[in-house]
Design a binder for this molecule. Sequence first.
Ligand code: UD1
Length: 346
Amino acid sequence: MKNTVLVSGGAGFIGSHVSVELIEAGFDIVVADNFSNCDLTCFKGVKKITGRDDIPLEVMDFCDASATKALFAKYPIDAVIHFAAFKAVGESVQEPVMYYKNNLLSFLNVLEAAQDKGGCNVLFSSSATVYGEPDKVPVTEETPRKPAASPYGNTKKMCEDILQDCVKASNGAIKGILLRYFNPIGAHPSALIGELPRGVPNNLVPFITQTAVGKRECLNIFGNDYPTPDGTCLRDYIDIVDLAKAHVCAVKRMLDGKMAQPCEVFNIGTGRPLSVLELVNAFEKVNGVKLNYRFAPRREGDVTAIWADPAKANEQMGWKATRSIEETLKAAWAWECHLKTTYGNE
Ligand code: UD1
């Protein structure tokens, strides 16, 4: 019998790519989303890519405890991957209550529903932001977490702790995996799903593609006076399809009883640092487009350099990033061009 995976926030950027990989790996999935920060584009894309018109979609808010319980009662959920959360760092500084309420309550409701059902495998989408400005790079899972620089980052840390505590208290009924993502970028090679930021993008790659397509005038590179080889920040850009596959490995690990501990943490990155300038140059070269950019002052809250040591995920989970930065940046550009053809330059 097939296992069923609930994908909360499954209509968004990461959720939709994970949905595709889960279906291709033979899982049944249930997508649940309140569409607060996305529309039906990616969900429709998932159906098209997988040729599956029967994927259950539940339009609901995980902050609603009874709706969350009803969802767990309706489907035979073997594992849940929790993406449903707000994710804009700057906005979280302006609206901390909104961020804490949404990101914590939705996760607590998922955990309560899982407990009431007698247990579940829970995968939480965390972030490298929990490492703050690390003292040493690359970072391993043992690298100490730092105080969060934003309410958004704090919700990631707090949800990590909440899951650890629940697993501890559950006597084996709840198992947990925390995946700490580095910088997920790119799009599915079909160009049918990808990132759809509302308004002005905060993240680098959507800003690059929107500048290249003419939606934005000029990319600001935030800071060229960092103590790095070319003065711009270093990050670990991980292809979204590679990242999605890590979720399949993690879910299988939980379901197959392969976990070394009841709650595990994995870094999901490439182990390859790239500067902002290197990324911009690679984008121009691989896609044959000239990008209008200028150097601007540093952005508040940015760390100088962070990249993953992905050895634990490579060795213990059998997962490895495989796609080159060129492939990833080609896919990101193909997605932006697909959006332009479909919607014009709105
Ligand atoms: C941010 C969040 C991280 C989150 C990730 C994915 C922090 C500190 N960072 O990572 O938690 O998981 O987004 O959503 O919490 N840049 C420019 N110009 C731009 C945009 C970005 O130069 O217009 C630079 C930034 O200064 C940075 C790099 O590009 O050096 C990457 O920025 P971004 O894509 O926003 O990701 P992070 O800040 O690394």
